[in-house]
Write a protein that binds this ligand. Sequence first.
Ligand code: GUN
Ligand code: ZN
Length: 472
Amino acid sequence: MYRISHRRNIDSTGNRLSGYRGCGNGYRGADMGRRTLLAGRTIRFTGNPFEADVDDAIEYREGGGVLIEDGRILECGDAESLRQGSPDAVRHDFPHQLLIPGFIDAHVHYPQTAIIASWGKRLLDWLGRYTFPEEMKFEDPSHARKLAARYLDLVVSHGTTTVCSYCTTHPQSADAIFAEAGRRRMRLAAGKICMDRNAPAELCDNAARSYDESRALIDKWHGKDRLTYAISPRFALTSSRQQLEVLGVLWQENPGCLMQTHLSEQTEEVAEIRRLFPEARDYLDVYDSCGLVGDRALFGHAIHLNDRELDRLKAVGASLIHCPTSNTFIGSGLFDIGRRIPEGQRVGLATDTGGGSSFSMLRTMAAAYEIGQLQGCALHPGQLLWLATRGNAEALGMDHAIGNLAAGNEADIAVLDLHSTPAIAQRASRADDVWEEIFPTIMMGDERAIHSVWVNGKEVGKPARRECSEKS
Ligand code: GUN
Ligand code: ZN
């Protein structure tokens, strides 16, 4: 029978691990060419479960295995055959657990880690009351580094191996998360926020500075290790047209970068954009007229859109990033995933930490399911899992590298315990198939369901709890 596992912070000699087990030295020396075999139950995407039947799009295997070498997946298949082909591989058995690609979170604000779950405001008040004062602290590079480390420890402990994060206006806030992700050999996208109005003076740059600082950060980080730069105007409300235009030029000069911003999250915000940009046809047109709409653009929230905006987003293949816990927490509205995906929009899924109320993609999938249900769409567990992994890899243009347990992909893997609490275990043990067994973990699971996490082919430990409870 299945056992509830509490193995996570214990190393092979039975000692409790007190911090992050580093994976920062790459694959030089003794590790080079050494193979690792993870054996367990595996999930692999062979298609898109929004376009094909779930059972045709997703392969579930008992007795499956993932063979890893130099941080990449060499092969995924039957564990015994893989073992016979590579008898010297170091083998890790997960007989009851489920091996899935590490979760990907397509829209977060790591600097908002310490203000997550702040009570009682709508977007524009929430930004002024909680977010901007918190973001001012990131002028201090040591604070930025500490919070970047804390944030990455937290997300990895929730099974997330890649995020796309906003930083603050300070370049040092971007340096901090790129350096921390690089040290952990994590795949990550991030960018310094650009804003030159409607925010405290201490947090504003200006058009020229936003171009120069973003460009210097691109030169420093983009394409290094597993890092991607995301040009990040916060939203049109906090940028002048001049600033948006120079960032459009910067993107044109660096088309391999992502571009992330917020779009039509709350109705008051949409009204304010109409007032600030009376010449624009609509909210999306503000970005479009500045060269900020394209297939590597990520638009957070994208709830209150008109037909023209939806047509344009679909035509260019931009990604709409659904942030369900944030949209309920800040009262923004209901993203209509049951219409957007069938219409042909590319949709990503995200926590939006700290407007979102969780670091967990399991909790985020549950919220997406609930918001879908309110609008007559019951997402299948396989579709939810796809959104949080392969779908987000596509949204971020990283599907060549992550989001699937497939040969050639980088070995970012989450090992799920589907019986992580008594409440989940008693429901899962009645399941007739794997989807019925997974669904209680999606709906009720938290970091206790994350048995272990592998980043770039190496197992990483859990962060010490003590550090996270320090005041900052
Ligand atoms: N719109 C502009 N900035 C933000 C932010 O930090 N969080 C959310 N949820 N929406 C925003
Ligand atoms: Zn956001």
